[in-house]
Design a protein around this ligand. Structure first.
Ligand SMILES: NC(=O)c1ccc[n+]([C@@H]2O[C@H](COP(=O)([O-])OP(=O)(O)OC[C@H]3O[C@@H](n4cnc5c(N)ncnc54)[C@H](OP(=O)(O)O)[C@@H]3O)[C@@H](O)[C@H]2O)c1
Length: 345
């Protein structure tokens, strides 16, 4: 007796692999869908994997066949994707869809979309809850498109009960843009100095793939129309993250704390660095789904560090981790770092 059929769209990615694993362990029959149809080594033979590109007309409908009890959509990015799912509501019992914490906007109208403007980084309450305001839905940016997606799916109500998970900074094995690399590569390269802007106190709430998968598992078993934050039990500061990674890698380094913004170019800027904290309130997930995190940030690190060290293995970091390269900055410009360090002497 299984719990039913679960269809995971985006199954071969970091969140997909963990979600498939969690659903299987909970007794679901799982279909794993992605364009490449890549299978995780840990998946049992029985699991059906299908190749499909959701952007191809009719491909998702064909992949769903007679339908599923729950659809887990990890690669939905806009209102059109929302309408794609609601258009198939007669074949989908309920849905769990990954959104993003990037949807929030502060009281001055600042959001991730304004972060590159002077004083443009948003300042949110700590922690920020799901009923906090968001950017307006639209086609303009990643954030506005995610809000459009959320609105489409929430408007469907009982026709397609959907849990939207606003994920924090996702981390874990198979991460295409691992923020951890900022520290891991420095340790591998023998660099023992870590300049950190904003006194190393930046907090950008991480979300481990297994914690997100736990939320997926709980939401799959408890369908509803709702929005929930998705993050780890704790939001460490960037200095604490660095210390935890150094401990896993067995290195000791010197942290140079910089008061305020990067003094020169991107010296002291990590992928978590920001002038204001971004911490997500997990109380609603605890209350509504009984969510309890399955792993802590520090507890998850040994596996992540081992995976990303192996994945980097002598390659250019931009090639190994394309989503980190998308930031368009050289996180490993050691010459600039050294020049700034020397200028202080
Ligand atoms: N990274 C973050 O810190 C962060 C933060 C908040 C929210 N999010 C959200 O997290 C989600 C991404 O999850 P992830 O990190 O697990 O992604 P990922 O590791 O990049 O994996 C994406 C998966 O989707 C498949 N895929 C991509 N395009 C597809 C398409 N058109 N049709 C079918 N399958 C497709 C990919 O395989 P193929 O390439 O073989 O198709 C892969 O299985 C997004 O919704 C993003 O907005 C990310």
């Amino acid at each position: 007796m299984t719990k039913g059929n679960a269809f995971v769209l985006g199954a071969s990615g970091q969140v997909g692999r963990a979600s498939v694993r969690a659903l299987l362990a909970d007794g679901w029959e799982v279909t794993a869908a992605s364009r490449g149809g890549v299978r995780d080594e840990g998946w049992p033979e029985g699991i059906r994997s299908v190749r499909l590109d959701r952007t191809e007309e009719g491909a998702l409908a064909a992949g769903l066949g007679d339908g599923c009890d729950v659809l887990v959509d990890i690669v939905a990015f806009d209102g059109g994707h929302g309408r794609q799912l609601t258009g198939l509501a007669d074949r989908i019992g309920s849905a769990v869809v990954v959104s993003s914490g990037a949807v929030y906007e502060d009281e001055r109208g600042r959001s991730f979309d304004t972060q590159d403007e002077p004083d443009g980084f948003p300042a949110f309450p700590v922690p920020v809850a799901e009923d906090w305001r968001t950017v307006a839905p639209g086609d303009g940016t990643y954030s506005t498109r995610k809000v459009a997606l959320e609105r489409e799916l929430l408007a469907a109500g009982d026709a397609l009960p959907t849990t939207l998970l606003r994920a924090g900074a996702i981390h874990g094995p198979y991460c295409p843009g691992p923020r951890e690399l900022w520290f891991v590569k420095r340790a591998l390269d023998g660099r023992r100095v870590r300049p950190l802007a904003y006194d190393g106190r930046s907090r950008f709430h991480p979300a481990h793939v297994d914690n997100l998968a736990e939320l997926v598992r709980l939401a799959a078993a408890n369908p509803g129309s709702r929005v929930l934050n998705g993050a780890d039990p704790e939001a460490l500061t960037v200095a604490e993250i660095g210390a935890a990674i150094d401990a896993v890698m067995g290195v000791e380094s010197e942290t140079v704390l910089i008061e305020g913004a990067p003094p020169e170019g991107i010296v002291g800027l990590t992928p978590w660095t920001a002038p204001h904290p971004m911490v997500y309130d997990m109380a609603a997930a605890e209350r509504e789904l009984g969510y309890r995190p399955v792993v802590s940030y520090a507890g998850s690190l040994p596996e992540t560090v081992a995976w990303l060290t192996g994945h980097l293995a002598g390659r250019d970091w931009r090639e190994a981790f394309p989503n980190l390269a998308k930031y368009g900055v050289d996180f490993f410009d050691y010459a600039a770092e050294d020049a700034w360090l020397a200028s202080r002497a």
